[in-house]
Design a binder for this molecule. Structure first.
Ligand SMILES: Nc1ncnc2c1ncn2[C@@H]1O[C@H](COP(=O)(O)OP(=O)(O)OP(=O)(O)O)[C@@H](O)[C@H]1O
Ligand SMILES: [Mg+2]
Length: 237
């Protein structure tokens, strides 16, 4: 079977500045793949390019064998590819439930939306308990759960999570990683960007390491965890 996602030799720029150069990666169905790299390495830009929020000037992105390189983000999400950006970005004045329902905007059947709500409430009971609460009054950790749940409301086959553990206390970080594993168990393929490199590699199958917009290493999570270079550069060991 061909990979679920193939990123082939993409280059991306903002204005005139090149930030991704000739980057290729692939994800097979059912995998958890991590993108690692220092601040500014181009991790979020890579995800934005896959999600159709930014179009690469060179190269291509194939999802389930089809070229999605130049599709608008709204079309990409309809195909089952969901990007949860850094920084939550909930609609702060709306309730938890309203935020979740917006995540399912590509679905018009009320019944299907209610069904998905039940599924995400089963995964995140706190969101059910707080469904009528305004998003801005939820704690940081609860908001992060809400952002992940909102992404799941689009029923993605590939979910891209950009630093979802950022700013959470250690016990919640652990909970987020457990949740990612649970999402994968439900059949969703995952691309993850994390500052918590060790934790991310412990749940990932494989990883890609970026440095100033270029791929420098890739390998199985085990290989990366065992690499002295990676441990020194990204795990402070
Ligand atoms: N909208 C933008 N306009 C101009 N330059 C940008 C824009 N967004 C990102 N960049 C630049 O592109 C480069 C890559 O940024 P990107 O956000 O992809 O990095 P990152 O690996 O996600 O970093 P971090 O770990 O800090 O989130 C950086 O040099 C950044 O300053
Ligand atoms: Mg980023």
């Amino acid at each position: 079977m061909p990979p679920m996602l193939e990123v082939k030799n993409i280059s991306c720029s903002y204005d005139e500045a090149r930030v991704i150069t000739d980057l290729s990666l692939e994800i097979r169905a059912g995998e958890i793949v991590a993108i690692l790299g220092a601040n500014g390495a181009g991790k979020s830009t890579t995800m934005r390019a896959i999600a159709g929020l930014l179009h690469p000037e060179k190269g291509s992105v194939l999802f389930e064998g089809e070229d999605i390189t130049n599709l608008p983000a709204s079309q990409v999400i309809r195909r089952g590819l969901c990007y949860i950006p850094e920084g939550r970005r909930l609609f702060s004045r709306l309730t938890v439930r309203e935020n979740l329902e917006l995540g399912a905007y590509t679905e018009s059947s009320r019944e299907a939306i209610d069904q998905r709500l039940e599924e995400v409430f089963a995964m995140f009971p706190i969101l059910k308990a707080r469904s009528a609460q305004r998003a801005e009054t939820m704690s940081g950790g609860e908001q992060q759960m809400c952002a992940i749940a909102r992404g799941l409301m689009s029923e993605p086959r590939l979910l891209m999570l950009d630093e979802v553990s950022l700013g959470l206390m250690p016990s919640l970080v652990e909970k987020v990683f457990e949740t990612v594993v649970e999402i994968r168990r439900k059949g969703v393929t995952i691309l993850i960007v994390e500052q918590m490199v060790q934790e991310a590699l412990e749940i990932a199958d494989r990883g890609y390491v970026l440095q100033t917009g270029k791929l420098v290493t890739s390998g199985t999570a085990r290989e990366l965890l065992d690499s002295d270079e990676i441990r020194k550069a990204y795990m402070g060991m």
